[in-house]
Design a protein around this ligand. Structure first.
Ligand code: ADP
Length: 499
């Protein structure tokens, strides 16, 4: 779908409309220390705006507000249907402001506006509506007991939920986290990624406008090891949900374990994308390109090990190189832009380091490999490596950048074993028309999601999460609801047993 580039004046207006503060107890407030930090436009390296920098003290204040909202406020006491109505209203308000929120996403993260506008924000809206619809459909069971006794169960909210989100899909990650937690009647303290605070602030403001009571959604901005750690170390939260790197996931899990706070983690990946010899090669090249380069390679699900069957390997590599070289890299607000900048200098440098490592380890650089000429921000040329082998660092580590690594395989058993030899298990792709291969691969590959002849398809109703080091727990569908509720059993004596 064609999306026109927004006018500069509209972009400026979107930025001016953000309240760059912490959202605590229904009010936008400065950090208690008065400190601020800059948020940067990665396409130009210009400072966009100074935002409040939250500290441990601010996190405490946010937890106080969420605690009060849960213990004394209306939210958990409303009917599910009333909560659902407020979440539907929030979805409507985001839809009314969709251009503005997509602009903030592009300014802050660098992702092409047309994707923010047609994918990130619409999916966030869909997610809110999906869980708004669940809010009045949660109920317990009636259980016959052995003897003159019966029991029934309630599903009750947990209380104050700590949520920590990353910068790669800011508004979407926010929606994935807040929609089920709020629908179930919990209250939230969210630590937004320091690189991308803007869209969350606007959504927080719209949540108040939608009628979400004060204290139900608190937003703290600031550094991970300061504000994030204060949240994950807190004894006063009843659950912690995190999306980010496996490295930080490990730290967070340890911190939460001290207080027996249950944790769900959505972490990194090194997803195999397996191209069979019978696949439609053009579709597979395009699919594998999308699987890796979408969002500048900054996806936890990125198809970052492109496994191509030996019979079609050379042809595939040639076409993959052509496709990468034809990619339109540039101004994320430009109409035809497919790839914007990486989110930060730090990420850019990490990726450049991996590219050097790939060359050193003997992979063949087919194209790219450097900063895009004539650009100002953190733009990389789309990079393709062929002759990549399993032991190379670029085939093992999550690069989180626009670097496609193409490996060769011969038998189904071998490619399953090699796919599973990595410690991650988030997602995988399979490209074939052969049902037996499709079945063997989708059963054999250890990952939370398998995409057959497609990639990066997400539906609010379909569970998503990782095997192995890619995470704990599932988001989406009814699977996530167990993470945001707890079960209470009530026993009641009877005069006669019931069968
Ligand atoms: P990425 O590599 O995608 O930036 P991170 O795992 O570093 O992912 O960050 C994801 C989120 O975790 C961010 O909001 C970040 O601020 C937060 N974070 C980073 N370090 C810590 C920490 N030690 N404790 C709690 N949160 C953290």
């Amino acid at each position: 779908k064609a999306i026109a580039a927004p006018a500069q004046t509209d972009v400026k207006h979107a930025l001016r409309n953000v309240k760059p503060q912490l959202l605590i107890n229904g009010k936008f407030v400065d950090a208690s220390s008065g400190k601020t930090f800059p948020t940067e436009n990665p396409a130009t390296k210009e400072e966009l705006i100074q935002v409040a920098e939250g500290s441990a003290e601010d996190v405490e204040a946010a937890i106080d507000a969420a605690r009060d909202a849960f213990d004394k406020g209306p939210w958990p006491r409303m009917t599910g249907r009333q909560r659902g109505e407020i979440l539907f209203k929030l979805a409507d308000l985001i839809e009314e402001n969709i251009d503005e929120i997509a602009m903030l996403e592009t300014l802050d993260n660098g992702k092409p506006f047309k994707y923010a506008r047609t994918s990130d924000v619409p999916q966030a809206i869909e997610h809110l509506r999906y869980y708004a619809g669940f809010a009045d459909k949660i109920h317990g069971k009636t259980i016959p007991c052995n003897g003159k006794m019966m029991a029934y169960t309630y599903r009750e909210p947990l209380g104050v939920i700590g949520q920590i989100i990353p910068w790669n899909f800011p508004v979407l990650m926010m929606a994935w986290k807040i929609a089920p937690a709020l629908a179930m009647g919990n209250t939230i303290v969210m630590k937004v990624a320091e690189q991308t605070p803007l869209s969350a602030l606007r959504v927080g403001e719209l949540a108040l406008e939608a009628g979400l009571p004060a204290g139900c959604l608190n937003l703290v901005l600031g550094d991970g090891p300061v504000a994030g750690a204060a949240l994950s170390k807190s004894k006063r939260i009843q659950k912690l949900a995190f999306t980010g790197s496996t490295e930080v996931g490990k730290i967070i899990m340890k911190q939460a374990a001290e207080n027996i706070v249950p944790v769900t983690l959505e972490l990194g990946g090194k997803s195999p994308n397996i191209i069979c010899p019978d696949a439609n090669i053009d579709e597979a090249v395009e699919g594998a390109h999308f699987a890796l380069f979408f969002n500048m390679g900054q996806c936890c699900t990125a198809g970052s090990r492109t496994f191509v069957h030996a019979d079609i390997y050379d042809e595939f590599v040639g076409k993959a190189r052509e496709r990468a070289m034809a990619t339109n890299v540039g101004d994320p607000f430009g109409e035809g832009t497919e790839l914007g900048p990486q989110v930060s200098k730090e990420q850019l440098d990490i990726i450049l380091g991996y590219i050097e490592q790939g060359k050193k380890d003997g992979a063949k650089l087919e194209c790219g490999g450097k900063i895009k000429d004539g650009t100002n921000g953190y733009f990389l040329e789309p990079t393709v490596f062929s002759n990549v082998t399993d032991e190379m660092v670029i085939a093992r580590d999550e690069i989180f950048g626009p670097v496609q690594c193409i490996l060769k395989w011969n038998t189904i058993e071998e490619v399953i074993e090699r796919s599973n030899s990595n410690e991650y298990g988030l997602a995988a792709g399979v490209w074939t028309k052969n049902l037996n291969w499709m079945n063997s691969l989708s059963r054999g590959v250890q990952s939370g999601t398998i995409w057959v002849n497609c990639y990066d398809v997400f539906d609010a109703a379909v569970p998503f999460g990782g095997y192995k080091l890619s995470g704990i727990g599932r988001e989406h569908g009814d699977e996530v609801l167990g993470h945001y509720t707890q079960v209470k059993s009530v026993y009641v004596p009877l005069e006669e047993p019931i069968g």
